[in-house]
Each structure stands twice: as structure tokens, then as C-alpha cells.
Design a protein around this ligand. Structure first.
Ligand SMILES: Nc1ncnc2c1ncn2[C@@H]1O[C@H](COP(=O)(O)OP(=O)(O)OP(=O)(O)O)[C@@H](O)[C@H]1O
Length: 359
């Protein structure tokens, strides 16, 4: 079993943070501090090291420290990692237009070789997008799960995206799509299979997790593959060929897939309260962690930003109780230590981007 956890963290020029070799607990870490102190930024830096993406901006340059009186340099995040009885360092340096990535002493030439190493899951203010925003957020969610489950997810996804681009280019210029269709179908079907398999796993795990957090409510989900149900992708594509030609783009397929989440048989989006959505996204995070661990032996690091917002006392204690039985490394941020009644293994205070341990 892979007992991945971070042992230490050094951060420079990432948002407002400066921290050097801050030792971390393998259990529960609490980050406290006033508004704007840097709590979310610490969680964001850990997530960035895992995924090379931020959970609150798509603009990498937002992450590099801004100074009123000098040019910006490069953001650096470096973590000590314990994994499979080994200790090593993961480091990333983000300059204006490029990444430098290192695993131990080795430079890593490609992002896809780096992002598989540190499984991290985060619950944050934007997690609601999964339920409330467009289908691309749900596709991203299920694809991230599939990425950790299937070794051929990245090549299948990349090839499908390439075929879609070529097919759309042909449609825009009034050319035949015949040469692109077989591979569009082949990779599109593989993508569908992987998404369905990931969702089937989620269907087996999520209801139990949700019930532990919110008894008396039931959740379910339905996958929409992006074409008419009952048809396979090749039939659907053939039937839609004329409309694709008229519109100059591919109107059906995995690029249009979506997931419908329901609460007590009603669509979440139109029925659930904000707190119920938050509990649901927390349950999705925990269910994903269970699935990665059961299927790939990967124990994810779990991040919970601004833990107390939206949860009432009952739900926050149910979530903490559930987490304490999972045995994962957890980072939680909150404005005040008194907000959360829980025996944390380590407590840190953030103050204007500087971190210190609270004894
Ligand atoms: N690129 C940047 N360079 C320097 N400072 C930045 C940059 N981006 C954001 N900041 C500042 O970093 C600080 C930390 O923000 P962060 O969101 O991490 O705080 P927080 O402790 O989570 O606050 P809150 O409790 O209000 O959510 C803020 O004061 C913000 O204005």
C-alpha cells in the first residue's frame, strides 16, 4: 500500500508565501490565520505541485508573487514526499512561460510524467462548480478519476482530442470527414468505456460515503455519453453526419458528455441547498480517494479549504469523524483554531505569507 504523504514544504514567490522546510504531520494538519494571510495559497501550492494546475485560476502568472517595486521572478514549490518507504523531493519552478520539474535530482521533461506522482484531492470554494456549472467541470472530474485508474487514459484522450480537431477542421472547410471518423470512433469509444467504468466504481462507493455524512438523503448519478442513448458512437455519428456538415462542427460525441447527479431523485442543481451541495462535493472527494486507494493502491493527500464555511456543526463533525477513520494525510484551513473541535496532529499559523508552528 502506498502511504503517500508530504513530510515538509518549502515555498517561495508563490502568491504571498515564503516558507522554508516546514515539517508536516502525516496525519491532520490545521492551517489558521486571518483573512488574506495565505492559508488557501498553501493548499493551492500543494495542489499545484500535484496537478500543475490551480483550483482558483487558469492563469499561471497569477500564482507568481507580485511586487510593487521589482520584477517578478519564479514561483518555487518543493515538498519532501514519503511514498512506498522512500523519501524523495518533488519540486516545481514556474517562471513566466515555463515549468521546471524535478523528482529527486532528476529533471522531468514532460508534465504527464510528473503529475502521476502525488495524488491530491481538494475541496474548496470552487468545488460547487462540479454541480452548478457547465458539463466541462463534470467531464474534468470523471477524467481525472480515469487518469489515475487507466494507464492508457492519457494517450486515448490525446488521440481523441486530435481527431476531434481534425474532424472539425474538415467540417469547417466543407471537406469529407471520412479519413478521421474511424479513429474518432475508436478513441471516442475507449474514452466512453473509461468514463463509464470510473462512474460505475463511483456508483458503488459514493452512496455509502454520502450516507455517512448525510443520513436520510440519497444520491445517484447518470452518465450521458454525448450522443443519443441506445446507439453506439459510430451509428450516432453516421446519423448526425448531415447536421455536422451544416453546422461545420462535430455536434455529438465524448466532447459533449455529462453526468446528472440527483438528490432524492431530483437534479442536484435545481433541488439541493448550498450546504447539501458542499456535503455532496465532500462525499465525492472522499469516494474518489477510496477508489484510487482500492484500485491503484494510491492514498491521496486531502485538502479542505475554509473548512467551516457552509457546514453546520453536525456535518463538520461527521466529516471529521469519517476522515479520521481513513488514515490519509489531511490539510484543513480555518480562520480560527476555536472553530474546529478536533485533536489535530499539527497546527500552523499563517501571518502575511509566513508560516509558524503553533505549540
Ligand atoms: N501573485 C501574488 N503575489 C503576491 N500576493 C498575492 C498574489 N496573489 C494573491 N496574493 C495575496 O496573497 C494573500 C493570500 O491569499 P489567500 O487567499 O491565500 O489568503 P487566506 O488566508 O486563504 O484568506 P481568507 O481567509 O480571506 O480566505 C492575499 O492577501 C492576496 O491578496
Amino acid at each position: 500500500m502506498d502511504l503517500t504523504h508530504l513530510t515538509s514544504l518549502s515555498i517561495t514567490q508563490f502568491r504571498n508565501l515564503t516558507m522554508t522546510d516546514c515539517p508536516l504531520s502525516a496525519g491532520f494538519n490545521l492551517l489558521v490565520g486571518d483573512n488574506g494571510a495565505g492559508k488557501t495559497s498553501v493548499l493551492e501550492a500543494i495542489y499545484y505541485l500535484s496537478t500543475l494546475k490551480s483550483f482558483r485560476t487558469q492563469t499561471h502568472n497569477d500564482l507568481i508573487a507580485r511586487y510593487p517595486d521589482r520584477d517578478r521572478g519564479c514561483a518555487v514549490v518543493r515538498a519532501g514526499v514519503h511514498q512506498d518507504d522512500h523519501d524523495f523531493f518533488m519540486a516545481l519552478e514556474r517562471c513566466k512561460d515555463q515549468f521546471r520539474l524535478r523528482l529527486g535530482r532528476e529533471e522531468v521533461p514532460r508534465a504527464s510524467l510528473f503529475v502521476a506522482h502525488l495524488p491530491v484531492l481538494a475541496l474548496h470554494a470552487q468545488s460547487d462548480d462540479l454541480v452548478l456549472a457547465g458539463p466541462e467541470f463534470r467531464r474534468k472530474f470523471i477524467d481525472r478519476m480515469a487518469f489515475y485508474l487507466f494507464a492508457d487514459f492519457v494517450p486515448a484522450y490525446a488521440q481523441f482530442a486530435r481527431m476531434l480537431k481534425q474532424r472539425n477542421a474538415a467540417l469547417r472547410t466543407g471537406q469529407s470527414t471520412e479519413i478521421w471518423d474511424p479513429l474518432f470512433i475508436q478513441y471516442g469509444e475507449r474514452l466512453n468505456e473509461q468514463r463509464v467504468a470510473a462512474l460505475d466504481l463511483l456508483k458503488t462507493v459514493l452512496p455509502q460515503v454520502f450516507e455517512a455524512l448525510a443520513p436520510q438523503l440519497s444520491v445517484d448519478m447518470q452518465f450521458h455519453p454525448g450522443h443519443k442513448s441506445g446507439l453506439d458512437l459510430s451509428e450516432a455519428l453516421a446519423r448526425n453526419r448531415e447536421r455536422d456538415r451544416e453546422m461545420g462542427q462535430t455536434l455529438i460525441g465524448p466532447q459533449r458528455a455529462d453526468i446528472l447527479f440527483t438528490l432524492n431523485d431530483y437534479a442536484f442543481k435545481s433541488f439541493a441547498s448550498r450546504g447539501q451541495i458542499k456535503v455532496f462535493t465532500a462525499a465525492l472527494t472522499l469516494a474518489t480517494a477510496h477508489i484510487w486507494q482500492a484500485q491503484r493502491g494510491k492514498r491521496a493527500v486531502l485538502l479542505f479549504d475554509d473548512f467551516m464555511s457552509e457546514f453546520d456543526a453536525h456535518h463538520s463533525s461527521a466529516l471529521l469523524h469519517y476522515l479520521s477513520n481513513m488514515g490519509h494525510q489531511v490539510f484543513i484551513s480555518a480562520v480560527d483554531r476555536q472553530q474546529i473541535d478536533f485533536p489535530f496532529d499539527a497546527v500552523f499559523r499563517l501571518d502575511a505569507g509566513q508560516i509558524s508552528a503553533v505549540v
